[in-house]
Ligand binder design. Structure first.
Ligand code: ARG
Ligand code: MN
Length: 305
């Protein structure tokens, strides 16, 4: 029986607006634990990590709150790695998406040690591939993928003991529709695989997901990093950096169901839920509904189990 371990990381330290620090509790209030238990999963809620408060200062040399971001990610790295070592499936409750650094560096370290092939599905409106030279904001939640690939300050790129923590070819991004100018060039330069909204418009979510999930084996550890701003803001207003033109409810469901069908998901981030922007917790409720599908809820007639 799979044991899920929830790890809350209540911080907005990498964001440009406050409020993602309330995300972990919003997800719990929305029924995350009860939903997981209904899948006959063991659930351990290890509560929330502690870390520095948000000093709410402007960027320094292209980074906002670098030391605090490093502290949060170091402790998330340790907690996520410990959960994986115990054989648990960690679910990280963000918090802003800078926390992908701590979470995914832990998964990468675990995979290296176990000889597993890592694949990261990055569901997001943004590529999060900025550096201090490229960023228009200095907000580190716009940088985690670049940091994981070794581009960034050493306080962050060294978390997890190997730099780079991952190679760009393990990352497959879905739903992207907001990439800064310099960031775009850099994404092309390193050859990130991006199924952006234009791709999804032209070929559909099914084709995008088939490609993003292709080639996995028994030995693949699939990590899903779900930034809730992936979703269209009309259904998910509770995020700080909304971008119009995201996946609809049905497209998002299909995305989750296709991941569930692989049976390979072994760790998950749920990031950027921001109750300060939400209406009656609907974004957290929707995230829980979609994660329900990620764990195999089927609304389909063909459901046979
Ligand atoms: N995880 C996120 N919400 N990232 C938004 C990043 C927005 C913008 N590209 C920036 O770097 O500031
Ligand atoms: Mn993001």
């Amino acid at each position: 029986m799979t044991t899920i371990q929830l790890i809350g990381a209540p911080t907005d330290i990498g964001a440009g607006s406050r409020g993602a620090s309330m995300g972990p509790e919003a997800l719990r209030v929305a029924g995350l634990i009860e939903m997981l238990k209904a899948h006959q999963l063991n659930v351990i809620d290890s509560g929330n990590l502690a870390g520095p408060t948000n000093p709410w200062l402007p960027p320094v040399e292209g980074y906002r709150h670098l030391e605090e971001v490093a502290a949060w990610n170091q402790s998330l790295h340790e907690a996520s790695y410990a959960a994986l070592q115990q054989g648990h499936l960690p679910i990280i409750l963000g918090g802003d998406h800078c926390l992908g650094i701590g979470s995914i560096s832990a998964v990468a370290r675990y995979c290296r040690e176990k000889g597993k092939d890592l694949r990261v599905l990055w569901l997001d409106a943004h590529a999060d591939f900025n550096t201090s030279e490229l960023t228009p904001t200095g907000n580190i939640h716009g940088m985690p993928v670049a940091v994981l690939c070794g581009y960034g300050p050493k306080q962050l790129t060294r978390i997890g003991g190997r730099t780079p923590a991952i190679n760009p070819d393990v990352v497959h991004q879905i739903g992207i529709r907001s990439v800064d100018e310099g960031e775009k060039r850099f994404v092309h330069q390193v050859g990130l695989e991006v199924f952006d909204m234009r791709y999804i418009d032209e070929y559909g979510m099914r084709e995008a997901m088939e490609r993003a999930l292709a080639g996995m084996t028994e030995n693949t550890h699939l990590h899903v990093s779900f930034d809730v701003d992936f979703l269209d803001p009309s259904i998910a207003p509770g995020v700080a950096t909304t971008v119009p033109g995201g996946p609809t409810y049905r497209e998002a469901q299909l995305c989750m169901e296709m991941i569930a069908d692989t049976g390979r998901m072994a760790s998950l981030d749920i990031m950027e839920v921001n109750p300060a922007y939400d209406v009656k917790n609907q974004t957290a409720l929707l995230a829980v509904d979609l994660v329900d599908s990620l764990f195999g809820k089927s609304t389909l007639m063909r459901d046979s189990k």
